[in-house]
Design a protein around this ligand. Sequence first.
Ligand code: FDA
Length: 392
Amino acid sequence: MRSLDVVIIGAGAAGLMCAIEAARRGRSALVLDHSKKPAEKIRISGGGRCNFTNLHCSPANFLSENPRFCVSALKRYTQRDFLALVEKHRIPWHEKTLGQLFCDHSANDIISMLLRELEAAGGKLELGTKISGITKPDNRFRISTGTGEIRAQSLVVACGGLSIPKIGATGFGYEIARQFGLKTIAPRAGLVPLTFSDANRELCKTLSGVSVDAQVSFAKTSFREGLLFTHRGLSGPSILQISSYWQEGRPIKVDLAPATDVFEAFKVARKTSPKQDIKTAVGHILPNRLAEEIASMLKLGGRLADLPDKLFRKTADAINAWQVTPVGTEGYRTAEVTLGGVDTRELSSKTMESNKVPGLYFIGEVVDVTGHLGGFNFQWAWSSGHAAGQFA
Ligand code: FDA
């Protein structure tokens, strides 16, 4: 039986960062993962270029039942700290938009960087390892694996959430939490396309491939970013962002032309171009296919000079204040994150250690802290992994 200081389950962003930090402190640290390759999510992230952090990262970019939980870890290991690591490894990067930092070449640069840091610190990694059970009969954990039993003083759970099961996501982290009596918040898919039924689904299908700048709102939260019509519903950054807030059965509000007060624009155009057809006026505001579809749905036609304010208002509402109720989401198959997870009230915000079970830590996406789209989820993985790595 092997005996170690720290065993970390999950060779993703959080697990690798934690192992690097623990090993740097001289702890014997081993990362176990059932996948054959480490950090598969980093590899596919950001369209293959990994949006590894965000310059504007702050606690306001995270959802959690306890929004203050992330404050301490984010403060002690910031986006600037991670950027310094990226620069130390001379990885070329750029800011794409809204503070989002991406690799110039490939997400593999980030994975190689983490593996090099792990090796330099003396941490170990074992892939393709099935874990069949975990117990804590005394003051040490016993981890049963396909290759034998391992004893560890500290056990760090960094198994991630349920998103993208195809590349190894499982609910193992939640199972470990429950086994040791920790409460969990029900998981659900976040940063995920929304789906529709009936007429709205048909509309989306017809417009599939069209994208617009949009402001999408749910209750008091709104995001202004791109929106994309798909065969089954709506996607694009603004929709992914709002999906993390959306509650089933309730509508979202979509402004398809946030830069234009459409009602006012029609009134101005009536004065400056009275002979202009209203369909042409809509075409000046929206992409062609979308403009044509809205004109056909509302049966628009006629010179602006001949049309009443009432029709302007109805058309403006369809564009600036489209209310639509999703039937669901595309689910974990495509979701970028899993909301919910280990209840933060069970953990120390300074160390990520369980309040009930000494030596048991939870970090990264398995915890009930979920970031907005834009590099925030990786920053949480780095910050929470770093925090646990100082104590595990
Ligand atoms: P992560 O899921 O990365 O790692 C968990 C590890 O645990 C995996 O290696 C898995 O194999 C292992 N594991 C699971 N069950 C196990 C078991 N039973 N036994 C052993 N090992 C097990 N975020 C961001 O900030 N910028 C971005 O650009 C993107 N892009 C992006 C694209 C796509 C397609 C997805 C799906 C997600 C993103 N994200 C993102 C989100 C980001 O990838 C995610 O939040 C982090 O990877 C979470 O890091 P963790 O280390 O917590 O889990």
